[in-house]
Design a protein around this ligand. Structure first.
Ligand code: SF4
Length: 507
């Protein structure tokens, strides 16, 4: 009997049967021929990525390479390979260098790329963060290809911001006193560190511990520096006291995220050309709102494309006076929604104990004198004004001497020694013109396209690439991570819209 067959006795009625069973042999050694070229089909996307990267100028990636002819040392991995590996991995939702190294051992697409070699994860991790300028140039190079294919026109660009969780946890955010305590402790630990050469532990472990402690100390120093910036951005002393910074990712900020939850995040700004939903600009900011992000977004598009957009379409979070002025100066047509007008702040008046008979609507505005008259005929003169979002808020105030002796003071302005004040919200001429434009059916039809275009890449990057949380820390590194993700997104659109149809036509 053959050695890979065994017999098993099973009862059948009053008799027994001897069944022949095939055995699994896991002790054997096999040598299999592998035809690397046939590991993936001809229309496999990994071929498209390799082809496109090969068409781009990769010279900037070679600048820092030290392995050159005539100098001792091992040759380096081809940047074309490392770029292709990262792009293909991101496309598959893999953003870990260790995971890519593992995939190189058995996954046909990765094996095809590397020619069955395995790339060390340190090499992959270093490559992802080392070439900021070269990666910017690569992004621009891909935009050039997409533009040449007719996928970008810049006639209409939709812009949106999306919050991506930082690697830091909520618990890593501390106030100044706690950060200072942690820093003191870390410094003491660093000072007490012995010589790694004399450690009982292996030198490698001792050096790793030293490095970790120094990095911790450095991050705490940075956290205190960031805390100063956060405090400086707050006007009220009580808010400054509450300021916190992360001890593990000092540049992350607490932001309002999806579903109304607050947490450590960065704000990723993405500009998408409406023609074929190609990303033409990406940036990352620490700002918790998008209010000031449109002008930098347009400048990024200009830098990437060598030309600016004709029209920008944005949501209410980006429509404000400053944005309108900036777009007018750049001769960019702005389409967007205005923030909803707030009604009279009745709740606040109630809280202050103001009686409903003295709410703002009973005060009469005199346009010729630009003042209000209160129910007893006293004048509330113009005091000051400020811009808030899309409106100009003008404050008027009665004389303290009038209110102090007024029989209605307790109902009208309780608890204040100054005279009664009220705020008149006015739309500026730019806002009035913008409102008129947005009332046209043409502008409304354009605005309706916004969500479908602007939110598509955001959702794609989060769902397909899995960029719901950054793997890296610090503004510079998360910007690189966003750039890799957007580059992958654009290449996937090129594969879908250009490369695949051409392959099908050739087949
Ligand atoms: S408290 Fe001042 S503002 Fe109010 S009704 Fe009297 S005088 Fe007018």
């Amino acid at each position: 009997m053959r050695s890979d067959i065994s017999l098993v006795t099973v009862p059948q009625g009053e008799q027994q049967r001897r069944v022949r069973r095939k055995e699994i042999n896991r002790q054997q050694l096999l040598l299999r021929p592998v035809e690397v070229e046939k590991l993936v089909d001809l229309d496999h996307p990994v071929r498209a990525i390799w082809e496109l990267v090969g068409r781009l100028n990769l010279e900037p990636f070679y600048v820092e390479v030290e392995s050159v002819e005539g100098v001792a040392g091992r040759p380096v991995w081809d940047p074309r390979l490392l770029i292709s590996l990262w792009l293909y991995a991101y496309k598959d939702g893999v953003s870990s260098a260790r995971e890519i190294a593992r995939l190189c051992e058995y996954h046909p697409a990765y094996q095809w790329l590397t020619g069955l070699e395995v790339v060390n994860y340190h090499t992959l991790a270093d490559f992802r963060i080392r070439h900021k300028e070269a990666l910017d140039q690569l992004f621009i190079g891909v935009l050039g290809v997409l533009s040449h294919e007719g996928l970008i026109t810049l006639q209409r660009v939709m812009h949106d911001g999306t919050k991506v969780k930082a690697w830091a946890s909520d618990k890593s955010f501390h106030r100044k006193a706690t950060l200072q305590d942690h820093l003191r402790l870390a410094r003491e630990q660093v000072e007490q560190m012995g010589d790694p050469e004399s450690e009982e532990l292996s030198q490698r472990v001792a050096k790793a511990r030293q490095r970790a402690l120094r990095e911790k100390q450095q991050r705490l120093v940075e956290a205190l520096r960031e805390l100063e910036q956060i405090e400086a951005s707050r006007s009220k002393a009580s808010e400054k006291e509450k300021a916190r910074a992360s001890s593990t990712d000092p540049e992350a900020r607490i932001m309002l995220q999806a579903k109304g939850a607050y947490g450590p995040a960065y704000n990723v700004q993405i500009s998408t050309d409406a023609q074929s939903k190609i990303i033409v600009g990406v940036g990352v900011t620490q700002a918790s709102t998008d209010a000031a992000e449109l002008e930098p977004a347009v400048e990024r598009i200009e830098a990437n494309m060598g030309d600016g957009p004709e029209q920008m379409v944005v949501d209410a979070g980006l429509t404000n006076q400053a944005t309108m002025e900036a777009m007018t100066e750049k001769q960019v047509d702005l389409i967007g929604a205005l923030p909803e007008r707030r009604g009279i702040a009745v709740d606040r008046l109630k809280q202050r104990g103001v009686s409903s008979e003295f709410y703002p609507q009973v005060f009469e505005y005199d346009e010729s004198a630009d003042c209000y008259r209160c129910p007893v005929g006293k004048v509330l003169g113009y005091e000051t004004q400020e811009r808030q979002g899309a409106t100009l808020r003008r404050r008027y105030r009665a004389k303290a001497s009038d209110c102090r002796v007024c029989e209605f003071q307790l109902q009208c302005c309780p608890g204040t020694r100054r005279g009664r004040s009220l705020v008149r919200s006015e739309a500026t001429p730019e806002i009035v013109a913008f409102q008129a434009k947005m009332e046209t059916s043409e502008a409304q039809a354009i605005y309706k396209q916004r969500a479908g275009v602007a939110e598509f890449p955001n959702a794609w990057i989060k769902d397909k690439i899995g960029l719901r949380q950054f793997r890296l820390r610090g503004l510079a590194k998360v910007t690189l991570e966003s750039l890799w993700a957007c580059l992958t997104y654009n290449i996937c659109q090129w594969i879908r819209l250009c490369w695949k149809p051409r392959r099908l036509a050739q087949a």
